[in-house]
Write a protein of this length. Structure first.
Length: 237
């Protein structure tokens, strides 16, 4: 049984106690951290990957909503808050569920069930690297069609909501794999993640202007958390 690694991000100790008590009834949940501010959580999540965040919104200095927008990857998020006016904004950020405090054990179980359902669902698009040609291609299943794509033809990969667009030389292919999946799969090739929503092909970079990379006349933002990695990779010091 695969564990769902989770953290709690809330400035109220009592909220931590409630979630910990409820989580004890679910064998699949594994606690890996407790943070009492969004800034503390940001530092934690920059060094460790988790599957799920129980996230409060109203916290000092940095709101939970702002934390979601700055994360370098996209774990599942269950909002836990006393403020229902944030619900629409939360769903715009593709959260899994929204729990209004005080919430019951039954409601908590429903939210976690959604996370488990998403994690266990077999995706409709699959990506397989090919071993017979030195891993210079990937096969992508999209809309019941399998596409073979040469890595050299991929210009950049863009995350939009719950899916990604693979921008190639002459086409764009949609996959419901996460951007993190592609980031890990391509880490030993000539690709680099430069933003929470973008991976780019280094050979296709036409120029770097300010905080943007230009590929095929498309301007792609460089996230501040990724700028140093890009500079190191390209020996720009």
């Amino acid at each position: 049984m695969q564990k769902i690694k989770y953290i709690i991000v809330d400035d109220e100790p009592l909220a931590h106690d409630v979630i910990l008590t409820y989580a004890e009834s679910i064998d699949e949940l594994e606690l890996v951290g407790q943070c009492y501010s969004a800034l503390e959580a940001l530092n934690f999540l920059n060094s460790k990957k988790v599957d799920l965040i129980f996230l409060d919104i109203e916290m000092p200095k940095l709101k939970g909503i702002d934390l979601i927008a700055t994360l370098p990857y996209q774990p599942k998020v269950i909002i836990t808050t006393a403020y229902e006016e944030y619900a629409l904004k939360g769903y715009e950020l593709n959260i899994t569920d929204y729990l209004l405090k005080p919430f019951s054990l039954q409601r908590f179980l429903i939210a976690v069930k959604k996370v488990k359902s998403i994690s266990e669902k077999r995706p409709s698009s699959e990506v397989i690297t090919t071993e017979s040609n030195s891993n210079d291609s990937i096969f992508i299943k999209s809309d019941n069609t399998v596409h073979q794509i040469k890595l050299k033809d991929i210009h950049f990969i863009e995350s939009i909501g719950g899916y990604v667009k693979i921008h190639c030389k002459n086409t764009v292919i949609v996959s419901n794999k996460s951007l993190q999946y592609f980031d890990e799969m391509l880490e030993d090739s000539e690709f680099i993640r430069i933003h929470k929503s973008y991976i780019v092909s280094i050979p296709h970079i036409k120029k770097i202007s300010g905080n943007q990379v230009v590929i095929s006349e498309v301007k792609i933002p460089i996230g501040r958390h990724y700028k140093l990695d890009l500079q190191n990779r390209l020996n720009l010091f």
